[in-house]
Design a protein around this ligand. Structure first.
Ligand SMILES: [Cu+2]
Length: 68
C-alpha cells in the first residue's frame, strides 16, 4: 500500500529526519520519503495502519493528515 501524507510543522532537515524515522518505525512500513518543500510524506509498505502513521508523526510534535 501507499499513502501520501501532508505534514505540518517541519522547518528544517532535522525535522524531516525525525518525521521520516518516525514513519519508518511504524510496523509494516518499508520506506518513507519526506519532502520539506512540499510538506508531503510518501509512505510505502506491505501492510500498516494509516492511523499509526499519523500517531507516529504526532508523537514527534508534528501533525499529519492524509493528502489523497
Ligand atoms: Cu527542524
Amino acid at each position: 500500500m501507499k499513502t501520501d501524507l501532508q505534514i505540518e510543522g517541519m522547518s528544517c532537515n532535522a525535522c524531516v529526519g525525525f518525521v521520516a524515522s518516525a514513519l519508518q518505525s511504524v510496523k509494516g512500513v518499508d520506506r518513507a520519503l519526506v519532502d520539506l518543500n512540499t510538506k508531503h510524506a510518501e509512505v510505502e509498505g506491505p501492510d500498516y495502519r494509516v492511523e499509526d502513521l499519523i500517531d507516529a508523526v504526532e508523537e514527534e510534535g508534528y501533525s499529519a493528515k492524509v493528502a489523497n
